[in-house]
Design a protein around this ligand. Structure first.
Ligand code: BG6
Length: 456
């Protein structure tokens, strides 16, 4: 039987997100899975014609190295539309093919307005809606947006996109954790001392002040991506990786999560970069970047420690950190085990807890252990077992997009999880607004403020 034909309708087709992330991901997906039958419909506020849109698609495919994928698309058309107008939306959704996927590649406020407008439009049976992060701006607005979209289609057809759920390392956590008896039974507070999920970037603002200056590192990275990675790491073993089992398990983690000590001020840190050099690039101070309003006091580096308050994890600090314009690109999940209760007398040297590290691209894992295999057989030293996990065939956005086109929501953020992650960070944002946490500084290209305690 032929694959069903999916109409991918991109709202905000003339925007940056579409050409920078979405289209290259589609190009890769069509290259690796040529049997997919896709019609690509772009819609946006700009007065483009089909030819202009087709050129954008071609260029974006070519930029990812997938130029030939263009020919795999059955039809590529563009319609100028006001996506907050029900009449325009109805026209865009006419002739949906076997399946319709609506991708909102627009700022959150526009997506929310479009969802409100959709209430007056007949949405084709089975249509899926894909919404980019941030989903809302706080818990209350996320709740409201959830209520709006819930009136349109069932929850399994709503894809709150978080590309970190499609990262191969996030998925690697599942196999390592659940398919190995050496890890599964020790994955708890009884044996684990701390967990760090960190995503340090060398990139600065990259011209994204319009969005980033209102978001900041906490909302941009921790509220969404890093809390999701933490939830995968900390969830109870699901019976299957079906969306219901997987998302029940990750949502339960977020529901159990509180900021450390219930004190948002002591559980968090924030800083922003001053002028400096990252690699061979000179970066101006964040406050001097075009479009930045210094009075917003936006942080470019955020750190938050949480506790997953349940039987498995009570007492274990989970520290999430992400920042821009740092010395090196460093994304990793670090699980530090507790030291053993007793080292036999006669063995010399330190025996700190073993450390398991997953690097978030390039995908590697390593396990640091105490061994005594060196010159002196009774002296302990550290050894590292390393494995290259290889990159997943699909990049993170491609993985997420493949779920959207297949209407499989396993890697999408569920509505309750989106609300919970705002519930976790809202008190931190409030403490920062109230000036309870100083906004520190670090030179671009450094490791962050020197006074901050070093993470494992
Ligand atoms: C995005 C953030 O969601 O994720 C960016 O908005 C960030 O600020 C990016 O740079 C990081 O993910 P990746 O996969 O591009 O490294």
């Amino acid at each position: 039987m032929a694959e069903p034909q999916t109409t991918l309708l991109i709202l905000g087709a003339s925007g940056d997100l579409t050409s920078r992330l979405l289209l290259p991901a589609l190009g890769q997906l069509l290259t690796l899975e040529p049997s997919r039958r896709i019609r690509l419909r772009g819609a946006g506020i700009d007065h483009w014609d089909d030819a202009r849109w087709q050129q954008v698609v071609r260029d974006a495919f070519a930029s990812g190295g997938f130029a030939d994928a263009f020919d795999a698309i059955a039809e590529t058309t563009y319609q100028r539309a006001d996506i907050t107008d029900p009449r325009d939306l109805a026209k865009l959704m006419a002739d949906p093919g076997d399946r319709l996927a609506l991708y909102f590649a627009v700022p959150p406020a526009v997506a929310a307005a479009a969802c409100t407008a959709l209430a007056d439009v007949a949405i084709p049976e089975g249509a899926v809606l894909a919404l980019e992060k941030p989903f809302g701006v706080d818990e209350a607005s996320a709740r409201q947006l959830n209520a709006t979209v819930a009136r349109l289609v069932p929850e399994e057809q709503i894809f709150r996109v978080d590309h970190f759920l499609g990262r191969s390392t996030t998925l690697n956590l599942l196999g390592v954790r659940f398919a190995n008896r050496v890890f599964a039974p020790v994955w708890s507070a009884q044996h684990i001392e701390s967990v760090v999920v960190r995503y340090d970037e060398t990139l600065g603002l990259e011209g994204r002040a319009g969005y980033y200056d209102r978001a900041g590192a906490l909302v941009d990275m921790i509220q969404s991506h890093l809390l999701q990675v933490m939830a995968v790491l900390a969830m109870e073993p699901p019976t299957t990786l079906h969306e219901r089992d997987l998302r029940d398990a990750t949502a339960a983690v977020l529901r159990a999560t509180r900021v450390w000590g219930d004190d948002a001020a002591t559980a968090s840190r924030r800083a922003r970069y001053t002028a400096g050099t990252v690699g061979d690039r000179e970066l101006p101070a964040y406050v001097d970047e075009p479009g930045v309003d210094p009075t917003r006091a936006t942080e470019t580096l955020a750190e938050l420690t949480c506790e997953v308050r349940n039987e498995r994890w009570g007492g274990v600090p989970f520290t999430l950190r992400s920042g821009k314009a740092l010395a090196g690109k460093d994304g990793e999940v670090v699980v530090t085990f507790k030291p053993v209760n007793h080292v036999p007398e006669g063995l010399t040297g330190d025996a700190p807890g073993s450390v398991l590290r997953f690097s978030l691209g390039p995908d590697r894992m390593d396990l640091e252990l105490n061994v005594n295999g060196g010159e002196d057989p009774f002296e302990l030293e550290r050894a590292r077992l390393e494995a290259d996990l290889g990159a997943g065939a699909l990049k993170a956005y491609g993985e997420v997009l493949s779920g959207i086109l297949d209407a499989d929501a396993a890697l999408a953020v569920r509505g309750d999880a989106a609300e919970e992650s705002w519930r976790i960070v809202d008190p931190v944002l409030a403490a920062w607004r109230a000036g309870e946490v100083p906004l520190e500084e670090y030179p671009a290209g450094s490791l962050g403020p020197e006074e901050w305690p070093k993470l494992p």
